[in-house]
Unconditional design. Structure first.
Length: 399
């Protein structure tokens, strides 16, 4: 197999600031895709493609990563190296330099890519021994906000543009690379921007030195979670591809309890020790993390509900993302999007997000959430209140 002998370097040191407040307590790669951390899906696809040696660059929240996975995953050894300060993706890769001998595969720990894309990149690099780097690309109509790549007819890359705004025929950089050892010196040679060393700037340095950098357009899956509503898209993409926990488009744990009068509308994934009460309706497109509870006559649709969350009786939860240990009280209504969502100092209009409730939000019941609401961790919402906009962590919202 073309991946044989390759070390995979997984860049998983970042926080994911645009996904706050969910990343206040854990790094972005540990956020859920369906009911498993995004990073776990990344490892699965690497191993499925034949990778047998994985180096993980950790930083922000590294203890969460290492405690979850330990020294091996699916009998593949995991080597952890630490990026002490988050000074860019290139800086993160340099942290792994001593763990790499020869060409290596580089992927991001917070993006979903499937084994087809990984194999396409590795195969193309093998077939072109003069290349110092090969990038995985996907065809996407809009590359705004991502990396655009101009590919020549012979498969060589002629230009890399971050967040392109012109109308050239770009392919989207899917964040899967095979690189030779030359990349490390190229990253060091590239001029830092705002104090950070960018991996892409290292690739651009190779291009400017007239080195051969190739791209391959793949039909493999690529999904990125940049903003809160993207977590819904990531999980739903797993349903569409039929790769939810490796068990097809739906999966209900054998230890889950589903009342005989409850209705399960596929596709869903219901994790261990969940409890679905009488008359409840769950699905379609719902992910319930371990030990989640849905009360009697509650309705949950198009939502990613993390572990230990309690949804009270007669509640309606649509288009919602929750953190761990959230309580949605009886009779609460989250009607679903679209809504206007504030992320930092930007407002995104008409995004498909009912609400985001971060870790340990406690909603006392009878609450109405205006579409697009974001509620910080450890917030208490008094019974009967209306929640709109962004609520800071640790707030008490009164009715």
């Amino acid at each position: 197999m073309s991946t044989e002998g390759l070390t995979a370097v997984v860049l998983a040191a970042g926080e994911g600031t645009r996904l706050r407040p969910l990343t206040s307590n854990r790094p972005k790669p540990m956020l859920p895709a369906a009911t498993k951390p995004i990073l776990e899906h990344v490892f699965d696809q690497l191993i499925d493609s034949g990778i047998t040696n994985i180096t993980v660059v950790v930083g922000y929240g590294r203890n969460r990563v290492q405690a979850h996975f330990g020294p091996t995953y699916r009998n593949v050894p995991l080597t952890y190296v630490t990026q002490e300060k988050q000074l860019g993706t290139g800086h993160a890769l340099l942290a792994a330099e001593s763990s790499v001998d020869g060409p290596c595969l580089v992927v991001y720990g917070d993006q979903l890519v499937d084994s087809r894309l990984i194999e396409d990149v590795a195969t193309t690099h093998d077939a072109n021994p003069g290349s110092v780097a090969t990038l995985g690309l996907v065809q996407q109509s809009d590359v705004t906000g991502y990396g655009g790549v101009i590919l020549d007819k012979d498969g060589r890359i002629s230009d890399l543009v971050e967040d392109p705004t012109d109308d050239r025929n770009y392919r989207l950089n899917a964040g899967v690379y095979v690189v030779e050892q030359d990349i490390f010196d190229a990253i060091r040679a590239a001029k830092p921007r705002t104090g950070e060393h960018s991996f892409i700037d290292g690739i651009s340095e190779l291009l400017e030195s007239d080195r051969e950098v190739r791209g391959v357009v793949s039909d493999g899956v690529w999904v990125d979670a940049t903003y809160p509503w993207d977590l819904l898209d990531v999980s739903f993409e797993l349903f569409e591809e039929g790769i939810v926990d490796g068990e097809g488009s739906s999966a209900v744990s054998s230890s889950a309890t589903v009342h005989e009068s409850a209705v399960i509308r596929e596709p869903v994934v219901i994790d261990a020790d969940c409890e679905i009460g009488p008359g409840a309706v769950v699905g379609p497109f719902v992910c319930l993390g371990a030990n989640a509870t849905v009360g009697s006559n509650a309705v949950v649709e198009h939502s990613v509900v993390d572990a230990d969350t309690r949804i009270g009786q007669n509640a309606t939860v649509i288009g919602c993302v929750t953190g761990v240990g959230v309580t949605v009280g009886p009779g609460t209504t989250i009607p679903g999007g679209p809504g206007d969502v504030r992320v930092g100092d930007r407002v995104f209009e008409d995004e498909d997000l009912g609400a985001l409730l971060a870790d340990r939000v406690h909603d006392q019941g009878g609450i109405t959430y205006v579409p697009g609401a974001i509620v910080g961790s450890d917030t208490v919402v008094e019974a009967g209140a209306t929640v709109r906009g962004t609520v800071s962590e640790g707030t008490e919202v009164r009715s």
